[in-house]
Design a protein around this ligand. Structure first.
Ligand code: PLP
Length: 395
């Protein structure tokens, strides 16, 4: 395969070689069931508990507060549904306009089942107004669900303040931290968060494994009902190789977090600055500072993001427009719409998301290849560089 420049790490990441090495024995030799009475299964159970400790250590949590799931979406669903089940007389949920579909679509679906849902707005830099959060709280508010960091722009939300407000009103607080964990330090000893969702494939573990942190004492009924696994909080035989892999990935994330915030951030900043300076009519989406160190969302006005992606793809550069889950639709992302990004800019937005596996050569390659692509597309665009791009009525 020719050289690939992979800058789509918010969609998914490469599995770290050390992670593959750690999980391999549990795909081959140690295939026992951790619930079995015999010692062949028991040693597998020990590996699961070691992984639980590794995850807990990254998060500043207790191992007993860690529940393994199959993915970030399941963790979000378990937290939201399980918390509502445990609190049946309250039927109001507060969330935001910019959540990932794992939360947003679920809240919309709950809205159709009789729950009332308040979606908090964001400003043009993607930030929340905590006064709006306070104003939205009612006696019937069952849950606040706000993400840690946005998957499209990388904007980080003030989760500590949100947690304190939730606590003041005794409302459980669920936080989708799928994009934040492993990229910025998170210490749940210090953060008033009841439920926190994370996903293995975003931090160099394989797909098919997630974690839900459940703070000790927080009320949650199991959503996936089955055997007694995960202390009765999630039924189903444990995906041992994936769990071992996730544990190792968390250990590595802990070791690399400084690199993420220095080397990866420096590459991201060089890429962003280079593109904004070399390409007229381009803009960054999301606040400059309070952002994940690996993420940059840039709009190139008057052209379509999909066209940019196709031409980047021809050069071996893998990025994404909007979120991977919504690409394929020609509607600009709900996140950029919520930020009030003009249609002509939202339509031509590209998300670059880096990881510790990126190199300076990757950045050089994008800085060399992308500006001519933008120029070429603008030359052939039926709208040229004008604001006359027809805006759909739905925008
Ligand atoms: N939450 C956020 C913020 C995400 O970015 C994603 C995936 O992109 C998810 C949840 C869903 O995670 P998973 O793909 O593991 O279900």
């Amino acid at each position: 395969m020719s050289r690939v420049v992979y800058v789509d790490n918010n969609a998914t990441t490469r599995v770290a070689p050390e992670v593959i090495e750690a999980m391999m024995p549990y795909l081959t030799e140690y295939y026992g069931n951790p619930s079995s009475m015999h010692s062949f299964g028991g040693q597998v159970g020990d590996a699961v508990e070691k992984a639980r400790e590794q995850v807990a250590s990254l998060l500043g949590a207790q191992p007993t507060e860690i529940v393994f799931t199959s993915c970030g979406s399941e963790s979000d669903n378990t937290a939201i549904r399980g918390s509502l089940l445990a609190n049946k007389d309250k039927r109001h949920i507060i969330t935001t306009h910019v959540e990932h579909p794992a939360v947003r679509s679920l809240c919309h679906s709950l809205g159709k089942q009789g729950y009332s849902v308040t979606e908090l707005s964001v400003d043009s830099e993607g930030q929340l107004d905590l006064e709006e959060l306070r104003q939205s709280i009612r006696t019937g508010t069952a849950l606040i669900s706000v993400m840690y960091a946005n998957n499209e722009t990388g904007v980080i939300f003030p989760v500590e303040e949100i947690g304190l407000i939730a606590k003041e009103y005794s409302i459980p607080f669920h936080c989708d931290a799928v994009q934040a964990v492993g990229k910025i330090p998170i210490d749940l000893m210090q953060l008033p968060i009841d439920f926190l969702a994370i996903s293995g494939h975003k931090l160099h573990a394989p797909k098919g494994i997630g974690v839900l942190y459940i703070r000790r004492g927080s009320r949650l009924l199991p959503w996936l009902v089955g055997g007694h696994q995960e202390r009765g909080r999630r039924g189903g035989t444990e995906a041992v190789p994936n769990i071992v892999a996730f544990g190792k990935a968390c250990e590595l994330a802990q070791q690399h977090i400084e690199e993420e915030n220095i080397r990866v951030k420096a590459m991201r900043d060089r890429l962003e600055k280079g593109l904004l300076e070399s390409t007229p009519d381009s803009r960054r989406n999301g606040i400059a500072e309070n952002r994940l160190p690996n993420t940059s969302n840039i709009s190139f006005e008057y052209i379509e993001g999909e066209a940019i992606l196709l031409l980047l793809n021809e050069k071996g550069i893998c990025a994404s427009s909007g979120s991977a889950c919504t690409s394929g639709s020609l509607e600009p992302s709900h996140v950029l719409r919520a930020m009030g990004v003009p249609y002509t800019a939202a339509h031509g937005s590209i998300r670059f998301s880096l990881s510790r596996y990126n190199t300076d050569e990757d950045i050089d390659c994008i800085l060399k290849e992308l500006p001519p692509i933008i120029n070429r597309l603008r030359e052939i665009s039926p709208f040229g560089r004008t604001s006359q791009v027809p805006t759909p009525a739905s925008y």
